[in-house]
Design a protein around this ligand. Sequence first.
Ligand SMILES: [Fe+2]
Ligand SMILES: [Fe+2]
Length: 353
Amino acid sequence: MSKTEPSSEREGQGSDFYEDVKRQHLAPLWRQRRRPTHGRAVPHLWKWPMLRAEMMRAADVVSTEDIERRVLGLMNPGLEKEGIFATTPNLVGAVQLILPGEVAVAHHHTPAALRVILESERAYTCTDGERCWMEPGDVILTPAWTYHDHGNEGDKPALWLDGLDAPLIQAMDTVFFERYPGQTQQPQQELHEASVRRFRVAGMRPAGYSWDKTYSPLTKYPWRDMVQALNEMPAPEASEFDDLRLEYFNPHTGGPVMPTIACYAQRLRGGVHTSRHRHSSVGIFYVFRGSGHTVVEDERLEWSAGDIFVIPGWHWHEHVNAASREDAILISYTDEPLLKSLGIHQEEADGSS
Ligand SMILES: [Fe+2]
Ligand SMILES: [Fe+2]
């Protein structure tokens, strides 16, 4: 055997060796099958009419009195084959429903979550005592280990997209979970949406304000503010990859809303066709308004309002909105801050186009 082949084995040696090391819980890494360490997740799109219909069927099957949460997880077909419950390796998306009068009981857990509201009239999320009313297009945070419960005081179903870093926290074997002691709902502050009032005017905050948590002190990012900011965004600030795109940010640090998850809203103007790029962070997108398509590698995802789709990490992608169409608005979340904090975020523009 050649000495230039480091993985080759010496002839006639080691027949007992492999059995001995296995018995002692040791693994010869040179025999491990080499496999790609990215690319297991695949692009996928879930159409809103299908999602909504299945959620309403779920309401016939289970009540929030009997289960912790009425949620259907968005299973990535590539990961599902490996028995992994996730939309991407680090993040999961799921659709949750509560009916009028229902309550999703107060609990907290180490996975962090955000909520993108799909349908709601007088439903709310309470995060660590702060009640935030939910309207379609709002983003509401329930960061790691914050107590949260949801209630619906309206007369229509309330649905939202949950975005969690649960697959990451599970991989770290650090999932902790507790119900709020002794009560289905946590005590709520009298003043609703206090954090929204605190930061209502961008660039101002209460004098002497301090905050020592790892996540944003702003619990809710209202859709009206997001739409207004996108409409007023100066055109020269458009990105060739994302058109007009804004980040929901932590007003205390200027950083992402939570340590592991960043959230964005983008406006794809009629006639825009973005340049192709790829990055190691993933994107889970909710189509808030409009329609168009996104090409991910050789797959074309045709989306319209209400649909949810995933762009896995390190997949070439470009967004297209036809000239004749109204502007589209996409709300998305990503594990980009996690990868950046580890110094491993990769990004590449397509130089061939
Ligand atoms: Fe939860
Ligand atoms: Fe991108």
